[in-house]
Every structure is written in C-alpha cells, then in structure tokens.
Ligand binder design. Sequence first.
Ligand code: MG
Length: 302
Amino acid sequence: MTGLREPVALPASPLLAEGAVLEHLYTGSIWAEGPVWLPALSVLRWSDIPNTRILEFDPATGETHVHRDDVEFTNGRTLDRDGVTTIQCSHGRRAVEAESDGVPRVLIDSFDGVRLNSPNDVVVASDGTIWFTDPDYGITKPEEGHAGVREYGGAYVFRFDPATGELRAVITDRDQPNGLAFSLDESKLYVSDTVDEERARMWVYDVSVATATAGPAREFAHPSTGVSDGFRLDVEGRIWTSAGPGVQVFSPTGELLLSIDVPEAVANVAFGGDGHDLYLTASTSLYRFRTATLPGQRPVVR
Ligand code: MG
C-alpha cells in the first residue's frame, strides 16, 4: 500500500532477531489500539477507535481489511482460553464483550447497578476469569465514545467471572488504569496508569487470582520515552510495553533492557505470527519487528 515508510534497521540486541527491522505495515487509522494475533485465522486484529471499526492485517498477503464497522469504539482485546473467541472492550457500549463468528455479545456492562466507565484493556486468567481496566476515556474524549459520567465514582480494575456472572472490584486506587497483564505465575498484576504525562507510571500488585484480591501498589517502571499504555509479557516474564513514540522492554524486576524508537505514539503491542513477531498499534499505523523471544501467555486450545 502507498504511504508506507521504508523499513528501519534496529540496534543489535539479544532480545531481537539478527538484522531486525521496524516494518511499517499499514497506515490509515486514527488511533490504533487493541492488537491480538488470531492463530486460527493467521491475522493480526486491532481497533481503530475513533473510526469505530476493527481492522485485520494478513501477513501472508500484506493486506489490511476491515473486519467490522460500527463496533461502538472497541479498544483493547485478548484471546479467550479457547484460542478462538476474542474478549474485547467497547467504549461505546461501556462493556466487555465476547466475539466469535463476527457477532459481539456483551458479557458485563454494569457494577453495583450502574454503568461501567469505558473498559480499556483486558486479560483472561488461567481459571477463565476476565480482568479488565475501566478508565474514563470513552466517556470524556468525544472522539473515543459517547459523553458520560463516572457512575460508580472511580476507575477500577475489575475481575469478572463468566461462570457465575460476578463482577468484583480488585484494584480501586488508580486514577486511569489502562494496560494490564499478569506475571507468568499469576502472582502479580502489572497495571499502567495513564493519568497524565507527568504522573503516568507502571505499577505492580501482588494478587491472588483464586480470591480476586490485590495487595498494595508498588511502582514498577517509568518508561523514559513516554507513557506506557498497553503491554505484553514474553516467555521470560519480560514486559514489552508501548512507551510514547517507542517500545521499551523491562525485566520482571523493572530494569530497562531495550528501547526502540518508533515514528508515532505506540498504544499497544502483541506477539504474533510464529510468536517471534511483535506488532505495534501506533496512532495511524501498524508496525512490526522480529524478536528473539516468544509470548509469555498462549491460549489453551481445547
Ligand atoms: Mg489502552
């Protein structure tokens, strides 16, 4: 497609494939978010939030197509444990929904009898419970949803149990919780708070998935190139995070291991292809580079 930048060589790093380059795969979105690799289709699916549509990139052809239009401002998504169903956040419906066969189904859109704010990003734990963040961007930014107010008053990290329908507020002390991911053993939950440029940080909580509880927040990392929005873990437990116009990689203890510049602000990342590729949803574009690692969490395909 036209308007794409030339590939850019990346610095040599043990975390990257030899000769890795930053590839520009697609341009034409307004604010790209919510990437997930769909192994059954071999495509990378992501959200173009302001255009309220879902796009898919097919690496076999290099083409991007519209998966669905009028999707009520979907944002973050992940793969459910069946390896096929996507669990995604909808700003417009103020809901977390499941999509299979192209048809979204609302899983949860209220807490204590009032509406959620605008679910932003989501992960599925090994017991099948769905953990998501609920900042207010979809009700305060006109281009990202419909105007509204914080009906329950806060902006929480929730755990939804699809088996029982129970929704529990697990983390209630963040301003704008955004990206989230479990450590590989699920004893910790990393949460980015994108409150503002000055105070944005990555936090980590000791958690129990079984009891849906969290200990006190500890500061985890402060990416030097910009705000951490969404992120993923690799098989060694390292955190690959969006970081403004860049991607940064942190060790499980918060040490900066790698920093990669990107021409546009990156919102989120996802491993895909054979697992070594990292896809970046970055403002108007989709980028990719090849790593020397593999994703930390893989779906349990049954
Ligand atoms: Mg986000």
